[in-house]
Design a protein around this ligand. Structure first.
Ligand code: SF4
Length: 373
């Protein structure tokens, strides 16, 4: 069996491993991203490369150590550097003495049938129906993880015993990983959601609600964003993630073909501040910040890797949006030098600010009620 690997992106190693397995490959899941991973990648990457590229390189090296022969990687087109990732990573690995075969999947819009041709190259005996089944298992696992995570973020700020949701979440990931049929996936999800709904909750006011947005890798990878969703949840904050991998796949693999103007609504929301797409999630960052303000969120947190061009562009508009729509925005830039304590301190200060604004608003409202203004 060919041993194939891929870079980590949050917990999507679970559906990715299932996809490779269904295609008849032996998935080699790299060890979860750690300080060692970051150190290995940083050592061989150019200093000003995007941070996710460095972490990916660390994942590959650790996967090679575990016996991987092939690397699967997504590709892309557009103004940001992601489109070059596969090729650059291949060259960096080669220069560092790692002879790995790279398979880069581009969106079918730009290279029709390439996905199928590439898969056939690695596993020639695959049929289209086998590919369809593999993709279906991948999709069901990915959707289950996202559904569970959405609910976990809602309940975590209200849990009576801190850590209950996180423990349940870790067990859920293990069970979904082991689920071998669609029926198993659904029953693991249903049982885990029922368990989560039975957790005793605190009697409290509505928790603070913040939107988490920015560059996709930083938002989805808890091991580089210092588990920000968990941190905020345990500070009593409900986190609403605006980026989900399955939506990204739908937009780039399906909507870009059948509904090429799918991002019109984003353009309309962002219009006063940005007139076009700038690659990555720059447009989404602006549009979702506007949307969060309009929908009554109490704050927005933007996550960006150091040197990320689209997020730097978006960052220029955020102070203006924050002022005009009266919503606090915190930008956190992460790279290999970032540390947990620094992130925690900034989050605590941000939540204090939101709480202060909340008190001021409710004080003002009470005064208005008292004096009938
Ligand atoms: S979105 Fe930002 S971090 Fe990601 S590849 Fe593009 S420039 Fe680099």
């Amino acid at each position: 069996m060919i041993k194939a690997t891929f870079p980590h992106l949050g917990n999507f190693y679970i559906p990715c491993a299932a996809l490779l397995y269904e295609l008849g490959l032996e998935p080699v899941v790299p060890p979860l991203t750690s300080q060692r991973t970051i150190m290995l990648g940083t050592k061989i990457a150019p200093e000003f490369a995007c941070f996710p590229l460095k972490v990916n390189l660390g994942n590959y090296i650790e996967a090679v150590e575990a016996g991987a022969e092939f690397i699967f990687m997504a590709g892309g087109v557009g103004p940001c550097r992601f489109g070059y990732y596969g090729e650059i990573q291949r060259e960096i690995l080669q220069d560092s003495g790692y002879q790995m075969e790279f398979i880069v999947f581009e969106a079918p819009k730009t290279h029709p049938q390439e996905l199928w041709v590439k898969i056939k190259r690695v596993v020639p005996r695959n049929t289209l129906s086998k590919l369809a089944k593999a993709l279906y298992v991948f999709w069901q696992k990915a959707r289950a993880i996202e559904e569970f995570d959405r609910l976990a973020n809602k309940i975590r700020p209200l849990e009576q015993k801190q850590g209950t949701i996180s423990n349940l979440q870790n067990r859920f990931y293990r069970l979904i990983d082991n689920a071998s049929s669609i029926k198993d996936i659904h029953s693991v999800l249903d049982d885990s959601i029922s368990e989560m709904q039975a957790i005793p909750l605190r009697e409290t006011n509505y928790p603070i609600k913040v939107a988490l947005l920015g560059e996709i890798y930083m938002v989805l990878e808890p091991r580089v964003n210092f588990q920000i969703e968990k941190l905020l949840g345990e500070m009593g904050v409900e986190v609403v993630r605006t980026i989900h991998l399955t939506e990204w796949i739908l937009e780039h693999l399906c909507l870009s073909i059948f509904k090429p103007d799918w991002y019109r609504q984003l353009l309309l929301l962002a219009k006063p501040y940005l007139g076009n797409t700038v690659g990555g999630h720059g447009l989404e960052t602006i549009a979702h910040t506007v949307k969060a303000a309009v929908n009554g969120f109490q704050g927005v947190i933007q996550l960006a890797p150091f040197t990320c061009m689209p997020e730097i562009v978006a960052m220029q508009a955020l102070p203006d949006i924050a002022k005009k729509l009266s919503i606090p925005v915190l930008t956190i830039i992460i790279d290999e030098h970032s540390a947990q304590a620094g992130i925690e301190t900034r989050l605590e200060a941000f939540i204090d600010l939101i709480n202060y604004r909340r008190q001021q608003t409710s004080g003002k409202r009470n005064l208005e009620l008292e004096y009938g203004n």
